[in-house]
Design a protein around this ligand. Structure first.
Ligand code: SF4
Length: 189
């Protein structure tokens, strides 16, 4: 399934790829969320994604997500995003913050052209904990790059939020302190 609704938003499932293997990731034990099967046989094209959006004309907030990490398909975010911005849509990106590593350059200025609201998974208070919980393909470098991605997002995107999942080993207070240092919100899930 490419597009599905949840609460007030229309979610676009654009990829199943992800460089992380988070211990809490729902993909390990189910094929989707909310009764929607989100396993993609093939990644959808830009035209297929725009066609899927057409089926839900009443949703003003559209969220790039995945059953995976959406910045694995940066070209899709930018091209679909530009088209949806022309239609006046409010666009959100849910990301693990590894997009600069995935794409090999600082993608945030480009994202800032189309994304109004970015929700970034902080997931840990330090690099070692992040490495244990998120098991990124990029190893221990992933966390410092994640912090850099957050800094860049604050410069280029109007609304930035962090999230963390309360699992053993995560120091929620320390995560709040990081969010406070950046002067942005933290949502605990
Ligand atoms: S970053 Fe998201 S999609 Fe990737 S493994 Fe972690 S929870 Fe799953």
């Amino acid at each position: 399934m490419i597009a599905y609704t949840y609460k007030e938003g229309l979610y676009l499932n654009i990829t199943n790829r992800c460089p992380n293997r988070c211990t809490f990731c729902v993909r390990q034990y189910q094929d989707g969320v909310g009764g929607h099967n989100l396993i993609l046989k093939e990644e959808p094209t830009i035209a297929e994604i725009l066609a899927a959006v057409e089926e839900y004309p009443d949703y003003d907030e559209i969220i790039f997500c995945g059953y995976g990490e959406p910045t694995c398909r940066l070209d899709v975010i930018l091209n679909v995003g530009r088209e949806l911005k022309k239609r006046g849509c409010h666009l959100r990106l849910n990301t693990n913050g590894q997009g600069n590593l995935i794409n090999g350059y600082n993608i945030v200025p480009d994202l800032g052209e189309v994304i109004d609201y970015i929700s970034i998974s902080l997931n840990a208070q330090d690099a070692e904990t992040y490495h244990e919980i998120c098991q990124s393909d990029y190893g221990r470098e992933a966390y410092s790059e994640l912090l850099h991605f957050i800094e860049e997002s604050i410069k280029h995107i109007s609304h930035v939020r962090l999230t963390v999942v309360a699992v053993p080993g995560v120091d929620i207070e320390a995560c709040h302190a990081i969010a406070e240092k950046f002067q942005i919100d933290l949502m605990v899930r």
